[in-house]
Design a binder for this molecule. Structure first.
Ligand code: ATP
Length: 242
């Protein structure tokens, strides 16, 4: 159902001081797909995504984006390839406004975005994905959910077609989770690929189209229809009791 993969990671290996964090991991993300990346603490989820985002170099393996082999040596390479990542901890300037945070370090198509370009981009993203933000609010006055929304908008304004979210619901209220999921579904419906890192089984069941399960750094299995799979079956795959 998801032709022309946006991302193909093959044979990814990564160790820290000889201790393996990722072992021979394959991951495929389709256009318009929301892929769950599931695993217990320490299973290797964040490491794998830090490799895709260019924060870590893999010891072995290949990455292709939209069918083209790519060397991702630093995050700038990932951003240039249309890969965005929303971390658990945000990288925002609290004293600056929403708009200024969007403009800082944001390469526009022909250089830096100016204020008008930033406002246009914000308005477009609000229309497309219902991600509204007041451009003039100082970031220090935003609740955590709004700060996360700003991180997402920033990634989209940078041209992300592939968006990685690392445990994004950990900091959200239930109403904010609903808003985030609606936005992610809208992004997927418009052809973006989403990688949703989580260990919350019911959220993975509610949101994702497919799910890759990591255990001790290896792929433990793939769940083709998370909505039709019980949380208990997912937990057994995560914990190795299948
Ligand atoms: P969590 O849900 O706790 O974030 P995770 O599935 O994302 O877990 P990782 O954070 O990828 O797991 O960690 C996988 C393994 O790699 C762990 O044993 C962790 O201690 C180790 N690891 C990750 N990053 C580093 C690092 N920078 N230096 C040393 N070890 C690391």
């Amino acid at each position: 159902p998801f032709p022309s993969p946006l991302v193909a990671m093959r044979g990814i290996c990564k160790s820290f001081s000889g201790i393996p964090a990722n072992v021979d991991v394959d991951l495929t993300l389709g256009r318009g797909e929301i892929l769950g990346l599931l695993g217990e603490n320490g299973a290797g989820k964040t490491t794998l995504m830090n490799i895709l985002f260019g924060a870590y170099r893999a010891d072995a393996g290949t990455i292709a984006v939209e069918g083209r082999p790519l060397t991702i040596a630093r995050s700038a390479d990932a951003l240039a390839a249309g890969i965005g990542m929303v971390h658990q901890h945000f990288h925002l300037a609290p004293r600056l406004s929403v708009l200024d945070n969007l403009l800082v370090g944001l390469p526009g198509r022909g250089g830096r975005l100016d204020r008008t370009g930033g406002l246009d981009g914000l308005a477009r993203i609000e229309r497309q994905f219902s991600l509204a933000l007041d451009p003039d609010r100082p970031v220090s006055t935003l609740v955590i959910g709004e700060q996360q929304r700003l991180e997402i908008v920033k990634a989209l304004l940078r041209g992300a077609r592939i968006l990685i979210l690392d445990e994004p619901t950990a900091v959200l209220t239930p109403a904010e989770v609903d808003g985030l999921f609606a936005a992610l579904r809208a992004m997927a419906a418009q052809g973006l690929g989403i990688i949703f890192i989580s260990h919350k089984l019911n959220e993975v069941r509610a949101l994702t189209h497919r799910c890759l399960v990591l255990r001790h750094g290896r792929v433990a299995g793939e769940i083709e229809a998370p909505a039709d799979t019980s949380a208990a079956a997912m937990a057994r795959l995560m914990c190795g009791q299948e």
